[in-house]
Design a protein around this ligand. Sequence first.
Ligand code: TRP
Length: 455
Amino acid sequence: MTRKSRETFGSRIGMLLAMAGSAIGLGNIWRFPYMLGKNGGAAFLLLYIVMLIVICLPVMISEYLTGRRGGSNPFRTFDRLAPGSKWRWIGLIAVLASVCILSFYCVVGGWSVRYLVEACSGGLMGYQGDYAGFFGTFISNPWKPLAYTMLFLGMTGLIIVFGVRKGIERMSKIMITVLFVIIVLVVIRSLSLPGAVEGVRYMFVPDFSKVTANTCIAAMGQAFFSLSIGCGCILTYASYVHKDENIAASSAWIAFFDTAFAVIAGLAIIPAVYAIALMNGADPDVSAGPGLVFITLPGVFKSMPLGGLAAVLFFLALLLAAITSAISLMEVVVAFIIEEMRRSRLRAVLISFLLCGGIGVFCSLSFGPLDGFRLFGLSVFDFFDYITSNIMLPVGGLLLAVFAGWRLKRADYIDELTNGGTLKLPRRLALTIYYLVKFVAPLAISLIFLNCILS
Ligand code: TRP
């Protein structure tokens, strides 16, 4: 495919919402609140924000810039910008990392489809018994979660078949807008419960006694995961962006929206868990891990007035968020197949579906028939979750920072950041970003790894 015939985003707002759609996902609504719950609340939030500013935002700007300059999938982009070097193989690994992420992501996406269906049909609120049982029976069933996983992946593929403008951009615009409205409604419901303020306190008053080397890795991994950086996702979307976009400003906006959304999702969940626990005279428990949204929350909805409606809205939000992120992951793979293997978009989607669905089967079954099977002591699902977020993405980010900081010329970096000097970006700011990428981000990522290995 020649460069001229490549698709682009139709408008600035469409581009921003597509990128925000990629960033805002299960990472914000499902993963962030339980990470916060497991790692001491406000202390984790604070650590997360530091990681975001010092490491992730500069890396994001570099991934964006590299993608726009290269104008292609990760493999070809690195090949264009550093012809004949080994960098293109790093691009290929990024594509594989996207496959790994989508493979477990689609399983949780499938769970949210099921929960939405059950919330709408009344099956969720009408369930008698505890939700740990409901969730456990569902995910350990050999067939049901598989069917929902494939359904989720199928919906994702269907959107991508329509291409960048008509599929990705249009759906992201609609879905992200609806998502914002819904989540605000759920937050209002959650915060208006008596006793909710205790949960808010948990989120914003830090307890540093729970911070360990692992918390730092977890906060960094979460920041990478939530911003969709480190595996060529932003890079691929950036290759559809016009040359006159302000890269630094767009990245900052996306990072801001993403973080705000994570906090908002936390506010929709944690105060409600506290309020209902207090009402029932129980100890609030937000440390349920991955089960927080699927086990604790349904119980919370059941106990509160208008809970049935809140459940429908919440799981719809979860699904919308998951789909707009899944399409960005699949697009990395699809763009690679279209451009490097010269297949049509439809075929590329089918191949990606089979690839991710194939691995997804193992991730899904690891909660049921494959329960005893361990990779390095982790179930297949946890293994993919752990190695992608905590290792592949930060290493990907590290390599990207090294590429942008050391392989690209300083003049080119600044030139790309200021659109050839036409943007009124203060030179000092551009240089600060450049040095954060060149020295601070790689050093910080390495130190966090080292700290974790040594402790
Ligand atoms: N950021 C998304 C979320 O928060 C998930 C996601 C989409 C992602 N694309 C990615 C994570 C690329 C890592 C890398 O749910």
